[in-house]
Design a protein around this ligand. Structure first.
Ligand SMILES: [Ca+2]
Ligand SMILES: [Ca+2]
Ligand SMILES: [Ca+2]
Length: 127
């Protein structure tokens, strides 16, 4: 599971990163807020939850990850994050895995509570 499309970190991928930014920027104001980061992950959760029971289990993830060839990591991913040991990740457990608050804090250089395009580009530029 990668944050923010790791392949886009390749050279000349600025456009790809900006399309990720635009997808995250739900209200289109050119800034990403914590709410927008969270709602993007909520959508991802719903897309991954194939049987729509509100819980991501290893089977849901294995199905989603099979095309990338890492379905065998799904079991470990769930076990490591399943804090209440009910065999799957609920929305809160899933969203916690991304540590969005920390992520935002690391990107938000001017500490205005949102991540601008420039901040996002800097944060996703290697080196
Ligand atoms: Ca926004
Ligand atoms: Ca759980
Ligand atoms: Ca900022």
């Amino acid at each position: 599971m990668t944050l923010f499309a790791a392949p886009a970190l390749a050279q000349g991928a600025g456009d790809a990163r900006m399309s990720v930014f635009d997808a995250l920027d739900a209200d289109g104001d050119g800034k990403l807020t914590e709410v927008e980061f969270i709602s993007a992950r909520q959508e991802q959760f719903q897309a991954l939850d194939a049987n729509h029971d509100g819980l991501l289990d290893a089977r849901d993830l294995a199905r989603a990850w099979a095309p990338r060839g890492n379905a065998d990591q799904a079991g470990v991913f769930v076990i490591q994050r399943d804090r209440n040991r009910d065999g799957g990740l609920d929305m809160a457990e899933f969203i916690d895995t991304f540590q969005l608050r920390n992520l935002m804090a690391s990107m938000d250089r001017n500490v205005d509570g949102s991540v601008s395009r420039l901040e996002y580009l800097r944060a996703t530029t290697p080196g």
